[in-house]
Write a protein that binds this ligand. Structure first.
Ligand SMILES: Nc1ncnc2c1ncn2[C@@H]1O[C@H](COP(=O)(O)OP(=O)(O)OP(=O)(O)O)[C@@H](O)[C@H]1O
Ligand SMILES: [Zn+2]
Length: 823
């Protein structure tokens, strides 16, 4: 047999795949997409993934053998790996980075080399160091790491190796998959009992073991043995539930060979047994839009559906998914993490039943592995595998075998972008690549498309379909701009509410309608300050002030989690007068309670949704009208669909508009339109109050007119002028080090090198808004790239210069993150 070599990806930030020899015993079995154990470096073992196989050995080097083959079948398909390669190339990261992001934790493996005695120690000469190692192994110190810890300089790998060579010790390379199938004990009749007569005989034999007899009768009743046609089996849990029988009684029957117990794997995923509902009939606008989308698909176009809030985009998606399933293909429906609420999950499950898998980060790792395997299963067993996945960002990595449709809902959402660690990918853009690679249709949807996507649509690169009517035929809400400065001056404010907003809230609440208030800051107040000396507490690790959380009576950092107790007095001057500054959601909740006595106020932000079910509870309470007023951060803007919300308040639009980011206006427009869109979705036209100190700001006027096109056009002029996307591509480089002088120097060197290219526009280096996070100083360099330039060459040029800067001894341990298309 010719020799076979495997190219494997290691879970390390290394650029290449590495080649190993395949031992003869696995030559017939090994396939790309399987996991293998390999030794890398002198002493480390890793679970790697086979990328490809070949018969040609690389010429120069001495190759190691694969230590172990972990999977019988691939955990990922060759076509899925195409996406990995594309991603690593495009986002300037390594295949190892993609590997770590792609597989669910439960399929990634941990390596622990365990050393044990062989029992073979007959009179061999051993040295001092070998002796000490042996003594420790006898006391169960069993890994090289822990030996090294105990022995310090007395530890030597040579001594360890010598003991191995003498066969006194052995290495058990114990690599175990974290995922273990969950199993349950089940009970059935012992196979010796073949007829009802056998059963009766056994029962009589139990005259002197009353409890056992009773349990046997209970078993027969429960399973209908010899009466019902089905297999008389029941889970142990089910059998003993609500009875006084103990496990010991059951064990007695098993020992007497009357019952038999066995282990059976169970799924951790709740099985949905709900009946499948029919599809809703589309209204005439939706029908028209659906037809247009299909025409675009026929022309092989990625398509953008721009449909106002509550126009019923979801219904169109459901119809498209349905058609995809009828063609026997799979569909992927991507949503931002936070929009994956019970509302949308239920809607999909009602229609597609057990064909739908849900995949997001709130699942535990076991559950994620099961979803992964059921998506994979579709290839061999379409009846059992998942045909539809509703998922967040990382579901682009799932092992689809026959993808026909990819939908990206709320495509403008920047949470589709992974910020840290690498790969810093954008799931919307990856969805488009995934679609291309699989010949699947791609549909992007939003009420406020990202300016990049809308631009692509206007340029004819994407198909464009519009929906301009709400399903209920109710008009988009009326937007009222309220002047904060004027109301403060005239002393008309009710806490944080202008008289306009306060009045509308009172009316709505009196009519049993609901209100949503949006504030983009959580906590009680963004900072506190000593009234006497002006002291403001800051984070120890980051360059930010600490946010006050009243309920916890603590000040905490929203970047690193550092927190301290609220000081009773100013540590600088001793004054007891410490004032809270600004309004977070927690403070607003506090202040509104006395303004609306008897009304139920709830809050939805990161702090109130940490527990697993909190999110669902808040939504349920709003849906069932147990909540009158909901205060929330960005979370309340995402796709929520409630019938009785009639007033929405944006408490401070200026925070959004004045953010120092080239996307600030785009984002402010999106956020305000999205949250406004929660009002008046079904019955009467809703009202939205936008509070601002700058009512004359041009963006505020565009928001008031709800003119997406005009807002887009104004921004495009600026983007073109200042060389921003979609006219130019951006790559952001972040140089990091614990010493500010090193960051300064390295970033300066890098920027100067890049500026030598006359084709590129290089900005910086500059300290970002928050220049120190978790003790690391940051400095940013922005590279603007003309669309005519070959991107791959530009990236290579950047990476080469980064390598050079990092290789300078004075910059040692300096990190540089590369962020392609920063969001
Ligand atoms: N054809 C239809 N038949 C019955 N109900 C519909 C239909 N179309 C839409 N609806 C209902 O109208 C409401 C709004 O629809 P949907 O949530 O799909 O809007 P959307 O366009 O996704 O809005 P948003 O962008 O705000 O998330 C939902 O309650 C939905 O069930
Ligand atoms: Zn911090």
């Amino acid at each position: 047999m010719p020799e076979i070599f495997a190219q494997v990806i290691l879970p390390l930030p290394l650029h290449d795949a590495f080649t190993y020899r395949v031992p003869e015993k696995w030559q017939l079995q090994i396939k790309p997409g399987q996991r293998v154990v390999v030794q890398f470096g002198a002493k480390k073992f890793y679970a790697a993934l086979v990328l490809s196989l070949s018969e040609d050995a690389p010429a120069n080097i001495d190759l190691k053998e694969i230590v172990q083959l972990l999977d019988e079948e691939p955990v990922i398909l060759p076509q899925n790996l195409e996406l990995w390669k594309w991603m690593a190339g495009y986002y300037c990261c390594t295949l190892g980075d993609v590997f770590r992001a792609a597989l669910p934790t439960g399929l990634k493996l941990e390596s622990k080399s365990k050393i044990s005695l062989t029992g073979n120690d007959d009179e061999q000469e051993i040295g001092e160091k070998e002796f000490r190692i042996l003594e420790l192994i006898k006391q169960d110190v069993s890994t090289p790491d822990s030996l090294q810890k105990k022995l310090g300089l007395d530890f030597s790998y040579a001594a360890l190796k010598s003991l191995l060579d003498k066969h006194i010790i052995q290495v058990e390379e114990k690599i175990d998959a974290k995922y273990k199938a969950k199993s349950e004990t089940w009970v059935r009749l012992h196979p010796d009992i073949k007829s009802e007569k056998d059963l009766l005989e056994k029962e009589e034999s139990l005259q002197r073991a009353k409890k056992q007899q009773e349990l046997l009768v209970h078993f027969v009743e429960k399973t209908g043995a010899f009466q019902a046609a089905e297999q008389p089996v029941v889970s142990k849990k089910e059998l003993l539930k609500g009875t006084n029988f103990s496990s010991a009684i059951l064990e007695g029957l098993v020992q007497k060979k009357i019952l038999k117990s066995f282990q059976q794997q169970v799924s951790r995923i709740e099985t949905n047994t709900s009946k499948q509902a029919d599809l809703n009939l589309l209204n005439k606008y939706q029908q028209q839009a659906l037809a247009e989308v299909k025409t675009c698909f026929d022309n092989n176009l990625v398509t953008l559906i721009h449909g106002i809030t509550a126009s019923g985009k979801t219904e169109i998606y459901i119809h498209l998914i349905d058609e995809t399933l009828k063609q026997g293909k799979q569909a992927l429906y991507l949503l931002p993490e936070i929009a994956l609420t019970t509302q949308i999950v239920e809607r999909l499950k009602n229609v597609f039943g057990s064909k739908v898998g849900i995949y997001h980060s709130r699942l535990n790792s076991q559950e994620r592995v099961e979803i992964w395997k059921k998506v994979l299963l579709f290839q061999s067993d379409p009846g059992e595998g998942y045909q539809v996945v509703l998922g967040a960002r990382s579901s682009v990595f799932l092992p689809f075998s026959n993808l026909g449709l990819v939908i990206v809902d709320e495509e403008h959402e920047n949470s589709f972008k992974q910020f840290d660690p690498a790969p810093r990918y954008h799931a919307r853009d990856m969805a488009i690549v995934l679609g291309k690679q699989n010949n699947a249709n791609v549909l992007l949807g939003s009420a406020t498309p990202s300016y990049e996507s809308f631009y692509n649509a206007l340029m004819g690169k994407y198909g464009l379909v519009s929906l301009t009517k709400r399903h209920s035929n109710v008009e988009l809400p009326e937007i009222i701009v309220a002047d904060l400065t004027r109301a403060w001056k005239r002393k008309q404010m009710h806490s944080v509410l202008t008289p306009e907003l306060f009045g509308l809230m009172e009316d709505a609440l009196n009519n049993r309608e609901q209100v949503i208030l949006f504030q983009n800051r959580r906590g009680y107040s963004p900072f506190i300050q000593c009234f006497t000396c002006g002291w403001i507490p800051k984070c120890e690790n980051c360059d930010v002030s600490l946010t006050y959380h009243k309920f916890k009576k603590r000040l905490s950092c929203h970047y690193c989690g550092f927190s301290i107790a609220m000081p009773p007095e100013c540590p600088e001057c001793g004054s007891p007068e410490i004032k809270t500054r600004g309004f977070g959601t927690e403070k607003i909740e506090d202040e509104l309670k006395p303004l609306f006595p008897g009304k139920r106020i709830d809050r939805m932000d990161l702090d109130t949704t940490r527990s697993k079910n909190a999110f669902g509870r808040i939504i349920h309470n709003l849906e069932s009208r147990k909540t009158d007023i909901l205060i929330g951060t960005q979370m309340v803007t995402k796709g929520l669909d409630f019938e009785h919300v009639s007033v929405v308040g944006i408490l401070n639009a200026d925070n959004l508009i004045n953010f120092p980011d080239f996307r600030a206006h785009e984002r402010a427009y999106q956020l305000i339109s999205q949250v406004s869109g929660r009002a008046g979705r079904k019955y009467n036209r809703g009202k939205v109050v936008v509070q601002t100190s700058h009512p004359e700001h041009p963006l505020i006027e565009l928001i008031r007119q709800q003119d997406y096109r005009a807002a887009f056009n104004t921004q495009m002029t600026e983007r073109r002028l200042f060389k921003y996307p979609p006219y130019f591509r951006l790559i952001k480089l972040v140089v990091k080090h614990k010493k500010p002088e090193t960051v300064d120097r390295a970033a300066g060197q890098l920027a100067n090198l890049l500026k030598r290219s006359r084709d590129l526009t290089v900005l910086g280096p500059e300290f970002p808004l928050v220049s120190r996070i978790q003790l690391w100083y940051h400095k940013e360099i922005w590279v603007k790239i003309h669309p005519g330039l070959p991107l791959a060459d530009v990236k290579r040029f950047i990476l080469e210069n980064i390598s050079w800067v990092r290789s300078q001894p004075e910059n040692s341990s300096c990190m540089v993150n590369v962020d392609v298309d920063p969001a």
